[in-house]
Write a protein that binds this ligand. Sequence first.
Ligand SMILES: [Zn+2]
Length: 284
Amino acid sequence: MYQKIDVQFECDCGEFIEETVDAPYPDFSAEKTRDSVNELDQYVSCPACSVEHTLTVMVSFNDASCYRGECIEVMCDLPYDPDREAEEITWAIEKNEQPETFRFHMNNVCKILDLDATVECEFSLNVMVHGYLIAAIESYLSTTFIFFVTSHKELMSKLITTDPVFAKKNIKYKDLIVEYENLKVTVASYLNDLIFHKIDKVHLLYKNVLGIDIEDIGWLYRAISIRHDCAHRAGYSKDGKPVEISKKSLFELKGNLERLVDTVQANVYNVVPNTKSVDDSPFI
Ligand SMILES: [Zn+2]
């Protein structure tokens, strides 16, 4: 059983190769990260000069690396489970309940912040709620974008013809039908990666593809950077200082997120009027 990993490298002939290859799972029986490394050799042919490259993919508990030949490092992302990703992608393509889901999360935040927490617990609770709020908006922005783009041919066409990643994709004629049939999944999978890895670029996607202006969201990027400290150091900055989160800041963030979702909901049906009427939106 293997997972998948995306690799990119330049062949000696000058061809830039992007491939998805198998990657091993780490050794889950290991006690320490450094003992958890498993490696697997994969073979990738250059489409331009037909040279076969041997790639060695190495995966540990918290990292992945890839080498070509003896020691040439190859760019790679973190490995992923394709089945789980496919499930998530299908869910994003088909599901049109993003505002309801978002509102459900916001209601829960109100209830959680209403709980009587001891002073010692309050900081930890606030750290968790901050992360939860950001996860809720990321999920909303990502799944809303994916749903609307993949359910409208004009929007898909706009993205595919203007995005440099799609523009330079070469498809062999024999693969044409399969590629066409999988187009929604290909686009959704690309967007899913893009939005989650580059949430700071999300306003550009909304503006360029959906024509929705959500420019003024410096507050969101600041909140995302605080979330980093919440998720990776349980609420402490690199120099060991606790992040500044309070009930007040969480309610402020929640209000800003709700206004952002209102803006998207109020405009998205103008871009694609046939999907659902504006009156159906619970945020208007
Ligand atoms: Zn080559």
